[in-house]
Design a protein around this ligand. Sequence first.
Ligand SMILES: CC(C)(COP(=O)(O)OP(=O)(O)OC[C@H]1O[C@@H](n2cnc3c(N)ncnc32)[C@H](O)[C@@H]1OP(=O)(O)O)[C@@H](O)C(=O)NCCC(=O)NCCS
Length: 160
Amino acid sequence: MAVWKRVYRGLLPDDYLTWLTVTPEHVGQFREALGNPTSWRFIVAESNGQLIGYGGVGPVNDYDFPPASPGAGELCTLNVAMPWQRRGVGRALLARLTDALRDLGYTEAVLWTFRDNPAARGFYEANGWTYDRHGDFDLHGPEPMSAPAVRYVRRLDGVP
Ligand SMILES: CC(C)(COP(=O)(O)OP(=O)(O)OC[C@H]1O[C@@H](n2cnc3c(N)ncnc32)[C@H](O)[C@@H]1OP(=O)(O)O)[C@@H](O)C(=O)NCCC(=O)NCCS
């Protein structure tokens, strides 16, 4: 959440970023997903016992859109702590997360990121993901708000 508050300043509404906090509902959702390794996988990066990044994969939660294919899973979240960005942590996490999607039996993967987040888009494009379509991401904020988002896809068979 600290990463969101820094990276998305100017991209998402200020009111939303100020309001954003870790709620018991978030914790419950994480606990539930962590307890269900046949559907979800989370991978963390640590340095000297400190969490410096994490990501998660699971079933497609593709809002109003159909999955790219019936065999698609989703990269649901990926965040690297600010001081560690652009030092290879994201790439290492992404490699393990795509392995986790394969391990869960998926042959294709999708992800959503904000349309106006060039760093993330550059990162995914440099790592074999292809723009697929655009839509609006519901922020589930204190009042109805959304942000333009883009979907990326990649196949999981063949190229590692
Ligand atoms: C996007 C993110 C996960 C990438 O992780 P990272 O550890 O910073 O990335 P890596 O060091 O592994 O890879 C860097 C590569 O990604 C691409 N990249 C990273 N930042 C970039 C930027 N600002 N502009 C263009 N390309 C960028 C480049 O190809 C870069 O390679 P290079 O440094 O050799 O040019 C990380 O920056 C992050 O957590 N950002 C904030 C949260 C976020 O946007 N998450 C994704 C939401 S879906």
